[in-house]
Design a protein around this ligand. Structure first.
Ligand code: NAD
Ligand code: ZN
Length: 358
């Protein structure tokens, strides 16, 4: 049985971002204490967060989001940060989407644990508690703000796996729906759908319990309200989706995903597609496994005028199909959660047929 831990504290609501300064300063007890802010590249030239950084000692680093984070990337960043100062930062603040939040979690672990990030990809391998970290999501859906993992691509091992550990959980969150105002239309849909997909996968699986189900159901309800309305990005819908994302993250910490995520991971490994976009492409062909939800998903695509590409696996080589297969079936726990003895259903031929529908 899981001995579950949640994020210790959160401040929620419009304007919550104005509390960040105070929260960071509370962590500073000595003159040479300093904070490091890891900020999504999008905010580089924007004035929105200007007043948040006011200390001369603090360091601000921008996180690129073109590619999802790799183990090499976070290893290099941790080494760079250790080189700044003999003393570790007293707080790490991650402000951005899932990429930035995951980089913050991974770096916070690496600053207090020896070795490389790949040593900690898996379940409960992190030994020492991380540097205190504050998460400020600016995009809702992954649940990374609430979850106990940070997903990293290990290119040399062809593996996308998180540091699943209670040390990966944020100590403090600042949940301010005004920060998601600027998210582009399609991105808002793709990332928001990650919550929907986490929850339908979890509720259709066998590894679950009533408390996780309650979080999933509430998150799902909110997702439906948002994505079946005529303006998914209205003020109230952005607040709802931020709540859904948090609930979805808590739910997933106590359950497992299902078929969509393993196939989506295959697409990320072979075609380099981003997680939430890849999930949507997979969800679109899941009629056989999740019939009611796949139909509902298609309606939400239509309502929000989202056009997904098709034929994305049409020109792949045999080797690439083989890699798609292996990088999908490697995710045994979620596949078993959905299908039990999944290898009987997901033969090589079947997996290929599913990818060919995308
Ligand atoms: P992202 O971090 O990939 O960002 C997507 C785009 O949105 C980027 O271009 C970014 O700059 C932009 N953006 C972010 N906030 C914005 C804002 N307020 N205004 C305008 N643009 C903004 O997005 P994501 O979908 O949230 O995260 C995906 C990542 O999350 C993947 O790396 C995935 O593996 C990870 N993930 C983690 C967990 C977890 O539990 N840790 C769960 C699911 C996914
Ligand atoms: Zn996901």
């Amino acid at each position: 049985m899981n001995n579950s831990k949640n994020v210790l504290r959160y401040i929620y609501g419009e304007g919550a971002i104005n509390s960040l300064n105070g929260l960071v300063n509370e962590r500073k007890n000595q003159k040479d204490d300093y904070a490091i802010y890891l900020v999504d590249d999008f905010f580089k030239d924007k004035s929105v967060l200007e007043e948040v950084f006011d200390s001369q000692n603090d360091i601000k680093l921008f996180i690129p989001t073109e590619h999802e984070p790799t183990t090499d990337y976070v290893d290099n960043m941790a080494t760079e940060i250790k080189g700044y100062n003999e003393k570790l930062p007293c707080v790490l603040v991650g402000i951005g989407g899932g990429i930035t939040l995951d980089v913050t979690k991974a770096v916070a672990n690496l600053l207090t644990n020896p070795g490389k990030s790949e040593d900690y990809q898996g379940w409960d391998l992190v030994k020492n508690s991380a540097v205190y970290k504050i998460g400020v999501p600016t995009l809702s859906g992954t649940g990374a703000e609430a979850s106990r993992t940070c997903v990293l691509t290990n290119t040399s091992r062809g593996l996308k796996l998180g540091m699943n550990s209670e040390f990966s959980i944020f100590d403090q969150l600042v949940l301010d729906p005004t920060l998601t105002k600027t998210v582009p239309h399609d991105q808002y849909f793709y990332t928001g759908m990650d919550t929907y997909i986490h929850c339908i996968e979890s509720l259709n699986g066998t590894f679950r319990h009533a408390l996780a189900d309650a979080h999933s159901r509430q998150a799902l309800e909110l997702c439906k309200e948002v994505f079946q309305s005529n303006n998914m990005q209205s003020d109230s819908n952005r607040a709802k989706l931020m709540t859904a994302s948090y609930f979805g993250g808590v739910a997933i910490a106590n359950s497992l995903v299902g078929i969509v995520h393993p196939f989506s991971a295959g697409l990320s490994i072979v075609l380099g597609l981003h997680h939430c976009f890849a999930n949507c492409i997979v969800m679109n062909v899941m009629g056989e496994f999740y019939p009611a939800e796949a139909e509902e998903f298609k309606k939400m695509l239509e309502i929000n005028n989202i056009k997904l590409p098709t034929g994305i696996c049409n020109s792949l080589s045999e080797d690439e199909f083989e890699l798609l297969y292996s990088s999908t079936v490697i995710h045994e726990r979620p596949l078993a959660n959905a299908l039990g003895d999944f290898r009987r259903v997901l033969t090589r031929k079947k997996v290929r047929e599913i990818f060919q529908k995308m």
